[in-house]
Design a protein around this ligand. Structure first.
Ligand code: PMT
Length: 394
């Protein structure tokens, strides 16, 4: 999605400047063209050569930097930008931006651009919490700059608090979200489920399955990057939060049903990639069940069939992970749960289904037409599913 996008990366002078090298590298790997502009202070922390080697582009280090094709005509860099990211953004750069001062190349580029500007602050906790900085940040927010919340943790000063540069994944997620906000799902609300539910047996044991949540998270991310308002109901607790969406974390099928039902208000589509347990313990033991030497029988009762029971004016998409008779079994689930379409995973292929990054799926529609797709990464599968959702919505 970042292919053919020009990202101007402004690097300012703080210890977190070294993290901007990794950010530049990840943006390049995502397909973007990255033009780095450094303040003079930033060059004291990281050599411009580092960014030059990563981006394969000249690095702008000053207003009259003759080595750069952009240096004199700073307006053309501002015009070339699809988005500007300032990371890390120090307190003084934030103050200058808020005051409209443009004595650095990055500041004049921001003043001259019509592109969205993302600012990822990084500074010492006292500087960050100072009311002057907070007022400057508020002023920038009011002027439609996108400010990414700082992280909490250990700072270079040794203090612990707010002011850390957020992880690069969050910055990149924000870039995707901002660039995708006018995509083909803009104005649509999509509810996605992910992960394997956990049904407790006693205080320490659960019945669960091998779902990692990767498929559901890929759908949620792809929907966000196409402009949707996304609600992700997640039972995949080891998956990190994704920016730009509300995530409701659940454990059991009953909790998932409640969260899905609440989230469906105003939704255009429900996509259930979660592997929901079909059974739960009839009685959950209050204390840890002791080993007695004898065999143990657990009585299980069915969980609610979330997808089968929810009703409303939204597109219903299910998943089916099948080890035999893929299309026949998935088609039965589609009929029974009255779905618009179902995505059948072939889990006999080790590179498809649970836990892996790729999936080989067959998408079956309500008329029984089956479309077999080749092995793809889960993000590509997500986009194929969303292409169908878009067609159905329109
Ligand atoms: O999470 P990953 O590791 O990336 O793996 C992805 C996946 C293999 C888990 C996913 O792509 C997938 O196939 N999920 C569905 C697994 C399955 O076999 O579900 P099912 O046949 O039990 O259910 C069919 C559909 O009904 C599913 O959409 C399921 O979410 C839903 N369901 C199931 C049971 C239940 N009580 N309520 C439901 O809503």
């Amino acid at each position: 999605m970042l292919k053919d996008k020009t990202i101007v990366l402004g690097v300012t002078g703080g210890i977190a400047a070294y993290k901007a090298a990794d950010l530049a590298s990840k943006l390049i790997q995502a397909g973007a063209k990255v033009e780095v502009v450094m303040t003079e202070a930033a060059t004291k922390f990281v050599a411009p050569l580092t960014f030059r080697a990563i981006t394969n582009r000249p690095v702008v280090t000053g207003m009259f930097d003759m080595a750069s094709e952009w240096s004199i005509e700073h307006v053309s860099l501002a015009e070339a930008a699809d988005i500007i990211v300032i990371a890390p953004a120090t307190a003084d750069i934030i103050a200058k931006l808020a005051a409209g001062i443009a004595d650095e190349m990055i500041l004049s580029t921001v003043l001259a651009t019509k592109a969205p500007v993302i600012i990822a602050p990084a500074m010492d906790v006292n500087m960050f919490e100072n009311s002057v900085t907070q007022e400057n940040i508020a002023r920038l927010k009011a002027r439609s700059f996108i400010i990414i919340e700082t992280g909490y943790g250990r700072l270079a000063s040794g203090k612990v608090g707010r002011g850390r540069l957020v992880e690069n994944e969050k910055i990149i997620g924000t870039v995707h979200m901002v660039l995708g906000c006018k995509g083909d799902l803009a104005g649509k609300k999509i509810v996605v489920t992910a992960g394997g539910t956990e049904e407790p047996i006693d205080p320490v044991r659960v019945i669960t399955n091998r779902s990692s949540g990767k498929m559901g998270y890929a759908i949620a991310e792809a929907a966000r990057d196409r402009g949707a308002e996304v609600r992700l109901i997640s039972a995949a607790h080891h998956q990190p939060d994704l920016v730009g969406m509300k995530i409701v974390r659940v454990h059991t099928a009953v909790e998932m049903k409640e969260a899905v039902t609440k989230s469906l208000k105003g939704a255009h589509a429900l996509i259930m990639a979660a592997a929901v347990a079909d059974y739960q313990a009839k009685k959950v033991a209050k204390e840890k069940i002791k080993k007695t030497g004898a065999s143990l029988t657990l009585e299980l009762v069915q969980t609610p069939d979330i997808l089968g029971e929810v009703r409303g004016n939204f597109i219903k998409v299910g998943f089916a992970a099948e080890s035999e008779n893929l299309v026949e079994n998935a088609a039965k689930k589609l009929q029974k749960k009255q779905l618009d379409f179902i995505v059948a995973n072939d889990i006999t292929d080790a590179s498809s289904g649970f836990g892996v990054d790729t999936n080989k799926v067959t998408i079956i529609d309500s008329k029984g037409k089956a479309d077999r797709l080749p092995l793809m990464n889960k993000r590509e599968v997500a986009d194929k599913i969303l292409d169908r959702v878009v067609k159905k919505i329109k």
